[in-house]
Design a protein around this ligand. Sequence first.
Ligand code: PBG
Length: 325
Amino acid sequence: MMIRPRRNRKSAVIRDMVQETHLHAGNLIFPLFIVDGENQKTEVKSMPGIFRYSIDNLLREVESCMNLGLKAFDLFPNIEDSLKDKYATVSYQKSNLYLRAIEAVKKNFPEACVVTDVAMDPYSSDGHDGIVENGEILNDETLDILGKMALAHAESGADIIAPSDMMDGRIGYIRDVLDTNGFTNVSLMSYTAKYASAFYGPFRDALNSAPKSGDKKTYQMNPANVREALIEAQLDAEEGADFLMVKPGLPYLDVVKLLHDNFDLPIAVYNVSGEYAMLKAAAQNGWLDAERATMETLLSFRRAGASSILTYHAKEVLANGWLTR
Ligand code: PBG
């Protein structure tokens, strides 16, 4: 045998020498859930170790992440049912919980990168990402609301706006609203290929945002499709997206790779709530080694071509020193 691949695996130093992909703190974006009130910190049952924070505690959490070198955050609001309506009106109302949270984080930590989520569902009495009329999700009428929401986020200091709604044309529409209002420097991270997935369950528990009727299959993608992601990516690129995101993560690594190989924009991936819940549940039962399973998962996203990883594991990876072992 002339060729023995095992020679390149024979010691830790050599394995390091030939390692093809790496993960560093800069790759990570930490999703954080916020609630109204003071001194709140309640764990999401289906997501052990993940909490909903009131703004005061959110700032403490952001500070402890910043000290660990974790500097990018994606915020999601839990909105009281009494504030929800058909048109998600509260989503762009001045000084609402979400806008106050963005402002507070940027004021206290100007060097933090705040990613904001644009979609109606946390504020919608229907629990959908668009306006519901006779059981149908209206596309073009929804764009106006998304534009108002995005503008409010920009005015509050958002660095990157991430539309997660999957309405057609929203990237171009939002880009235009931002530019017309002078926010040419605010970035758009598009949820380009967002699938109608079972893995969002724990997130909807965290935000109490599940659809009241029907499902999201008329706007989120069919899990069976991959070429369709190229159509979405092409549109997002033409409409001015700065990042293309794939969501969920692990079951869609082929989509991450496809977009990476076909587009020059940076690729983001969302390692969603259900993926986190599965790993935690197995680790808590002693069925998986949490550190090794988490690091292997996150490295797989880098290997497939993602530069940004939205993951609930972000803080623990740094707090436990898993990156430096
Ligand atoms: C809503 C939104 C969802 C997630 C992010 N933004 C859920 C959904 O589409 O129902 C899911 C994130 C996760 O599961 O971690 N627009």
